[in-house]
Design a protein around this ligand. Structure first.
Ligand code: GDP
Length: 516
């Protein structure tokens, strides 16, 4: 694959409920871009549902599988970067953070299931970030929900307008094709799915009269009751263009990709230290949104994933870590790569590169080529909803224990809080899976058995105003501090929080990031 370094970039992540077809769609997209050697490159094929432990085994096997973390394809002279998001239904902060590094999200929905509750939160996060969301409604070859119902479901649950780009003619066994609403053509569906056939509606002789009438009726309905197409609304994420297809049958995928390269957002200016940094500016800048430890316990190397935001990143260049001002030369020992572990020599805004890291970087760090020490906006901190006290089972291992906690917290695996005076460690997570991953990695990478005592608290509120020295922790609330030593109160539930607020009107509380 040859990539023109000057090719425009489109960087996106697919968000979906497990089994909706993310992997299958990714494979088909990569094949269209001619950029994978075999479809299996995407990830170890799954066979049915995995238990959590299997999931971790897979992560372990994948190890530092950068290939599956960042993928690239070139299509119509556009370089498309795809970021993988963990395919597990449990929320993970990792997924959320990955969304800060993309310019567009593709939402894959299983036409049989519609929007599934566990993934709704993820979709809403995209919605809140105001990034364009393109929707691919998958598995059209199966009897699914009514297309109109699927559109209303998206409109109602995500509070965004929909704009169908194409429309299915039948579903499941009666699937005849998809109708392109702009070009008034039909892409016909045949069982052999060999040749892509696109014909004007009037010439479609595979349609029976009632199918044609049905289609015409639905088109009329969409014309009258549907939303007007708005490029602007798509760009600010208040309207989602909707595509129908079947990833497995490679049906509608190319039409989707054709439209994707036009509709997806290009790398936009991003906010850093109160200013907007233009991708076109000469000075290199970018931020680290993810750190992945090498799962091979013999090597402690980590990979820091950098999103390039402006200028050009060159191999061997000297960069400055904004947080500390430390200068670093990313030479041999820091060689970096994008897809397929190929070492890349230059990277441009929108690109993601992996940098070997021996412990210098933290999630959220800004790297610059020079000039003013700007800092990209903080990674959104997600209000954890689950808490557990953590201790080492064997006190003799306190050194490894502290080292493990420090590194895993730096990587953003989990959030850490401490109680005042006694300095008990409390872990905070958005989803249960984070605790399990933490436990597993402490054991496997740091050789420490830990004990986790789950707490009943489920709300964290940062105290932005008020004197916390008088707060007495009890069963309903607990005062802790976060990594930056900011006071946080953990409440057992909403009721306990409201009770506290009623009794302490002088206090102001904030949830790290208001999501829902
Ligand atoms: P992921 O968990 O979202 O990555 O989903 P996968 O891509 O692994 O797909 C989950 C299952 O759905 C697999 O068995 C796929 O073969 C199947 N699948 C994916 N796309 C389609 C489709 O368009 N039609 C049908 N019938 N099955 C599909």
């Amino acid at each position: 694959m040859t990539i023109s370094t000057a090719a425009p970039r489109r960087t996106f992540a697919i968000i979906s409920h497990p089994d909706a077809g993310k992997t299958t769609l990714t494979e088909k997209l990569l094949l269209l871009g001619g950029s994978i050697r075999s479809a299996g490159t995407v990830k170890g094929k799954k066979s049915g549902k995995f238990a959590t432990s299997d999931w971790m085994e897979i992560e372990k096997q994948r190890g530092i599988s950068v290939t599956s973390s960042v993928m690239q394809l070139v299509y119509n002279d556009v370089q498309v970067n795809i970021l993988d998001t963990p395919g597990h239904q449990d929320f993970s902060e990792d997924t959320y953070r990955t969304l800060t590094a993309v310019d567009t999200a593709v939402m894959v929905i299983d036409s049989v299931k519609g929007i599934e509750a566990q993934t709704l939160k993820l979709f809403k996060v995209c919605r809140m970030r105001g990034i364009p969301i393109l929707t691919f409604i998958n598995k059209l070859d199966r009897e699914g929900k009514e297309p109109l119902d699927l559109l209303s479901e998206i409109e109602e649950t995500l509070e965004m307008e929909t704009f169908p780009m194409n429309w299915p003619i039948g579903t499941g066994k009666r699937l005849k094709g998809i109708y392109d609403l702009q070009n008034e053509t039909i892409e016909t569906f045949t069982d052999s799915h060999s040749n892509r056939q696109i014909i004007p509606l009037k010439d479609a002789d595979n349609l029976q009269d009632h199918e044609r009438e049905n289609l015409e009726e639905e088109i009329m309905l969409l014309d009258e009751a549907g939303n007007d197409f708005s490029q602007e609304k798509i760009q600010n994420g208040t309207m989602t263009p909707v595509f129908f297809g079947s990833a497995l049958a490679n049906f509608g995928v190319q039409s989707f990709l054709d439209a994707f390269v036009n509709l997806a957002s290009k790398p936009k200016p991003r906010k850093a230290s109160g200013q907007m940094i233009n991708p076109e500016q000469d000075q290199f800048s970018g931020f680290i949104f993810k750190i992945q430890a090498n799962m091979n316990p013999n090597h402690r190397d980590r990979i820091a994933f950098l999103r390039v935001c402006s200028g050009e990143f060159e191999r061997g260049m000297e960069i400055i870590l904004s947080r500390s001002g430390k200068k670093m030369k990313l030479s041999q020992s820091h060689s970096f790569f994008a897809s397929d572990r190929e070492t890349v020599n230059t990277a441009r805004p929108g690109d993601i590169v992996g940098i070997y890291d021996s412990g210098n970087f933290q999630v959220g760090d800004t790297l610059i080529g020079g000039g003013e020490r700007i800092q990209y906006e903080e990674m959104p901190q997600f209000p954890p909803e689950k808490f557990a006290k953590v201790t080492a089972k064997n006190a003799m291992k306190h050194k490894q224990y502290h080292k493990g906690i420090e590194q895993l917290v730096q990587e953003g695996t989990i959030q850490l809080y401490k109680t005042p005076y006694f300095e008990d460690y409390i872990l905070g997570a958005v989803g249960e899976l984070q605790f399990q991953v933490f436990d597993y990695r402490m054991k496997n990478e740091y050789n420490v058995d830990i004990e986790l005592n789950h707490m009943t608290h489920e709300l964290a509120r940062w105290v932005t105003k008020g004197d916390v020295s008088d707060i007495v922790s009890d069963s309903r609330k607990m005062l802790v501090e976060d990594q930056q030593k900011r006071p946080v109160i953990l409440f057992e539930n909403e009721f306990a929080m409201r009770w506290f607020q009623d009794k302490n009107p002088g206090f102001e509380l904030s949830s790290g990031w208001e999501i829902l």
